[in-house]
Design a binder for this molecule. Structure first.
Ligand code: ADP
Ligand code: MG
Length: 239
């Protein structure tokens, strides 16, 4: 029996993006289903640019982007960014306590809700009063995640969120995100250049190369794909 197909979170058709005179995305066609979706690709292939389009930190120069079946530009931008949160490569916190930083997302959060958010990212409740400049990078990244969760997002975009972390902190973030996706029904679009991480995170993924989707399928199949570009990427030979 075939199941009816879930509505994609995002649909991109013929999407182009540029910085000044340089076209970085040259025609991206991609459907991103709900759940965990992984995007890999060599450095400079346009992965971060693609994520920025999905919460309108950047606008495409051509093509169309749908979020939940509706043109993305039809959502009020601040509302969209609360539904589609983003976590960056390096945690960005301002001076102040951890609670101050989480309240940046929503100033009316009470102490119970802050405690709940800290618990969700695996930090003790008393971290609320900690000085945010005194955290380890892994802890700071978890606070960024708590701040993102404070808006009760539908999707979280993750731009190589563990690349500044050691293997233990990386595993903590991966496990956390996978359980959030499963238990809270939050969809993840996770950019990584690490093949092993891509396979750990999800079966479903795509590879970006020279501004286009070069490959789409099961991440485990990337390892023995019958494609010269993919093979070079897996061997770390693509610059
Ligand atoms: P990736 O995340 O895959 O490494 P990016 O999307 O960051 O790739 O960048 C794709 C290309 O666009 C690169 O050549 C990069 O130098 C260029 N680029 C990225 N951001 C900017 C910017 N703000 N201004 C000009 N060029 C940029
Ligand atoms: Mg990048």
């Amino acid at each position: 029996m075939s199941q009816s197909k879930a509505t994609p979170k995002f649909v991109l058709e013929g999407v182009r993006a540029r910085y000044d005179s340089v076209e970085v995305l040259t025609g991206v066609d991609l459907e991103i289903p709900p759940g965990i979706f992984v995007i890999v690709g060599p450095s400079g292939s346009g992965k971060s640019t693609l994520l920025r389009l999905l919460n309108r930190l950047l606008s495409p120069t051509a093509g169309k982007i749908l979020y939940e079946d509706k043109p993305i530009e039809q959502y009020p931008v601040l509302q969209l960014r609360r539904r589609v949160g983003m976590v960056f490569q390096k945690p960005v916190l301002f001076d102040g306590t951890v609670a101050d930083n989480i309240r940046f997302a929503n100033e009316s959060l009470d102490d119970d809700r802050i405690a709940e958010l800290l618990a969700q990212v695996g930090l003790p409740t008393d971290y609320a009063h900690r000085d945010s400049t005194q955290l380890s990078v892994g802890e700071a990244q978890r606070v960024c995640l708590a701040r993102t969760l404070a808006t009760q997002p539908d999707v979280i975009l993750l731009d190589e969120p563990t690349s500044a972390l050691d293997p233990t902190a990386t595993k903590t973030i991966e496990d956390l995100m996978i359980s959030l996706a499963k238990n809270e029904g939050i969809s993840l679009v996770w950019v990584t250049h690490q093949m092993e991480q891509a396979i750990r995170l999800a079966a479903d993924g795509a590879m970006l190369y020279q501004g286009k989707i070069h490959w789409r399928g099961n991440t485990a199949d990337l390892m023995n794909a019958d494609d010269e570009v993919v093979r070079k990427f897996v061997r770390g030979e693509l610059k």
